[in-house]
Design a protein around this ligand. Structure first.
Ligand code: 3PG
Ligand code: MG
Length: 399
């Protein structure tokens, strides 16, 4: 098999006076019409800037949320267009149409070097169905295609996999950088390689756990998912959130890790309370003996110390998922402690997942992380070693 590589912006050649359709992942968290985290918007700017500098005219498209094929007013892209225009330092013309007559007219009328943003792709049910007619219509709006939507690369949707089969296509700089950094974690990370996993759902992360135990030197497990690990090992976890149907999978993963000599670190102590609230009376208890009426909501101080020791020795760190309910101050110390450990480590650090990013932003530590991945699900699937459809379609065989 000849080696394959990602097509990049260099492969598109001269773009002067060329209309380029750019698929971005501008799916940003919003509260009451306000964008609460603009990382994905800012991360999309370098590619758009480069294309504009090369003389292209841009048609940008993205999904926002999960409107399931219907127009949902709260999920219109107008606030995104405003934020993108500001980040880019250019006017972004937003159209209220995805691929219909209004969109076509706006693109036809667009002046050279302008930026037009189409309406939320998922307002049209054909986007998620990867409908060929919809892909034809999107492709007809431009002469070339760039995919910078790493966060959506695991979705085989029309704008992700259909359009690049119809136009000269390439990965944007954000996509390119994500693939480079995450490939390095898969292929040749500096060791010790330490993975820190947290967050709520074990089911979502088992594939990643199984893949990581084959590559890392240490796996640190915190967050709600740790309680399933503790319970699977026979610990008393009280009313903590657990997924009993995953215990067998967890035991298998831990056994595989041990056979490879991977250090699996679970919490030794946890902060527990009767409920997840600001007022709840909390106490620090051993992680395998949580009183029956309490639930674990954060890792405890001894655990933070133990985790920090492993983190300090690491040369590569991957972190996805908070260590506890950091949104509530009384349960934020674990995530904060691990965040400071990672920020202070000399290792090359990679952080992924929306909640982890929100936590680090809250603690003011985002700048001390080497790579902030814009993909949550996409980065986890990538690290499972799976080929993401949106990336596969941009690969070319090396001559
Ligand atoms: C994400 O936020 O995970 C991506 O934008 C993909 O969105 P989705 O999970 O709704 O497909
Ligand atoms: Mg998702």
């Amino acid at each position: 098999m000849s080696p394959r590589r990602l097509r990049t912006l260099e492969d598109l050649g001269d773009l002067f006076s060329t209309t380029v359709l750019v698929r971005c992942d501008l799916n940003v968290p919003m509260e009451e019409g306000r964008i609460t985290d603009d990382l994905r918007i800012r991360a999309s700017v370098p590619t758009l800037r480069e294309l504009l500098d090369r003389g292209a005219t841009l048609v940008v498209c993205s999904h926002l949320g999960r409107p399931r094929g219907r127009v949902v007013d709260e999920l219109r892209l107008d606030p995104v267009a405003a934020a993108l225009g500001e980040a880019l330092g250019s006017t972004v013309r937003k159209v209220d149409d995805v691929v219909g007559p209004e969109a076509k007219r706006a693109v036809m009328a667009a002046s050279a070097g302008s930026v037009t943003l189409l309406e939320n792709l998922r307002f049209d049910p054909r986007e998620e169905q990867n409908d060929p007619g919809f892909a034809d219509e999107l492709a007809s709006l431009a002469e070339a295609y760039v995919n910078d939507a790493f966060g959506a690369a695991h979705r085989a949707h029309a704008s992700v996999v259909g359009v690049p089969r119809r136009l000269p296509s390439a990965a944007g700089r954000l996509m390119q950088r994500e693939v480079e950094v995450l490939s390095r974690l898969l292929e040749g990370p500096d060791e010790p390689f330490v993975a820190i996993l947290g967050g709520a759902k074990v089911a979502d992360k088992l594939g990643t756990v199984n893949a990581l135990v084959q590559r890392v030197d240490a796996l640190l497990v915190g967050g709600a998912m740790a309680f399933s690990f503790l319970a699977a090992a026979g610990g008393e976890v009280g009313r903590s959130l657990v997924e009993p149907d995953r215990f067998d999978d967890i035991r298998r993963a831990v056994k595989a890790a041990e056979e490879r000599g991977v250090l699996v670190q679970l919490p030794e102590d946890v902060v527990a309370a009767p409920e997840a609230s600001l007022e709840a009376k909390r106490q620090t208890v051993p992680s395998d003996a949580i009183p029956r009426d309490l639930m674990g909501l954060d890792i405890g101080p001894r655990t933070v110390e133990e985790f920090a020791r492993t983190i300090a020795d690491a040369r590569t760190i991957l972190w996805n998922g908070p260590m506890g309910m950091f949104e509530l101050e009384p349960f934020s110390a674990g995530t904060r402690g691990v965040a400071h450990a990672v920020a202070g480590a000399t290792a090359f650090s990679v952080l992924g997942g929306g909640d982890s990013l929100a936590a680090l932003r809250k603690f003011g530590l985002l700048d001390s992380i080497d790579h902030l991945s814009t993909g949550g699900g996409a980065s986890l699937e990538f690290l499972e070693g799976r080929e993401l459809p949106g990336i596969a379609v941009l690969m070319v065989e090396e001559a």
